[in-house]
Write a protein that binds this ligand. Structure first.
Ligand code: UDP
Ligand code: MG
Length: 331
């Protein structure tokens, strides 16, 4: 990182040879964000201008159905440092980010939400840490304004559960808002799985990580694209893409229940032999059958989740298609 500091004295003259000025990419996935893009651009661009590096704002239009693409193009007319890729349809944020990783041209990339929930004011601090040699400067939420108690609670439970199931260090209360160095970005690009849990992949790549704290703002305008069903989906995605321990748990539960069953059987047999009690208990039979039936279905479900992932990954489908990159149709 030291050589990069040397360019600071002549930021605009260093484009020759190895001394070339470094570039920061601000990467923004956007899906129906027409109300947020101008305010975002107005906050983000002065901050990037203020850095001593070249920059690029890379919008990923994830199949928006509103004026998002139009606005992005308008911003590009205004400032040629605005780049964009237009995906061929809506792929979801995880895949949109993967596309962004592929198209980002910077030496470091900052991932931001379009709705200003991730304050761009933090970027200079992130860049300063990157200069110190960190590869993954992630922003951790100090508070979660504008989120319901239920969302906070479910999220905390999920993080704890996930951490218990894996050896990889999970970053709590951390979203996708972070700066990645070029090598961390290159590492991210090698994960081509179709079912993506990007937050997990950030942990998997390792490298030098450092956290900074921030207060997450409520969404500027528009509505969140998340609901509890989608969050539950992401949670299952997170667990299953990370660890196969649910399979182990269902095996152990099976062993445990079978053991209890044997004990119970012994108890009934001995009771019959010693006390001579006739075997009774239709209700307990029903209870046991339903419990076991439920557990069997649950285990099948868990196996099914993994099988579905095996199925999805073996198809080796392309992750996304790009319709346009910076005013040009992509063949
Ligand atoms: N997003 C996207 N594709 C989608 C859904 C969301 O690119 O299918 C983008 C969205 O435009 C925003 C970011 O992902 O920039 C986060 O979405 P949102 O604010 O809805 O999620 P939340 O902040 O509530 O978790
Ligand atoms: Mg948001």
């Amino acid at each position: 990182m030291a050589d990069q500091m040397d360019t600071t004295t002549t930021p605009h003259c260093g484009i020759w040879g190895s001394d070339k000025m470094k570039k920061i990419t601000a990467m923004v996935p956007a899906y129906n964000e027409e109300e947020c893009l101008y305010p975002l651009y107005d906050t983000l661009s002065p901050i990037l201008e203020g850095l001593k590096y070249d920059y690029e704002i890379l919008f990923i239009n994830d199949g928006s159905t509103d004026r998002t693409l139009e606005i992005i193009k308008e911003l590009r007319q205004r400032n040629s440092k605005v780049s964009y890729i237009n995906l061929s349809r809506n792929f979801g944020k995880e895949t949109a980010m993967a596309a962004g990783f592929d198209y980002a041209t910077g030496d470091a990339v900052v991932i931001l939400d379009a709705d200003l929930q991730d304050p761009p004011e933090l970027i200079p601090e992130m860049v300063a840490l990157w200069e110190k040699g960190y590869d993954d400067v992630y922003a951790k939420r100090r508070s979660r304004q504008g989120e319901t108690f239920l969302k906070k609670f479910t999220s905390a439970t999920f993080y704890n559960l996930l951490q218990k199931m894996t050896r990889v260090q999970i970053q709590k209360d951390t979203g996708d808002f972070r700066l990645l160095s070029r090598r961390a970005l290159n590492a991210m690009r090698q994960y081509r799985e179709t079912r993506r849990y990007t937050k997990g992949i950030f942990s998997l790549i390792g490298y030098r990580k450092v956290e900074i704290l921030f207060d997450r703002n409520p969404r500027l305008a528009g509505t969140t694209k998340w609901n509890y069903l989608k969050l539950a989906d992401l949670a299952i995605e997170g667990i299953t893409s990370f660890t196969s321990s649910p399979l182990r748990i269902s095996t152990m539960a099976g062993v445990g229940v079978a053991f209890l069953g044997i004990l119970y059987m012994l108890y009934i047999v001995l009771k019959r032999l010693i006390i001579g009690d006739p075997v009774s208990g239709f209700p307990s039979l029903i209870a046991i059958i339903t419990i076991l039936g439920g557990m069997q279905l649950l285990s099948l479900g868990i196996i099914g989740e993994y099988l579905a992932r095996v199925f999805d990954e073996t198809k080796r489908r392309p992750l996304y298609f790009v319709d346009e990159y910076n005013d040009k149709d992509v063949e």
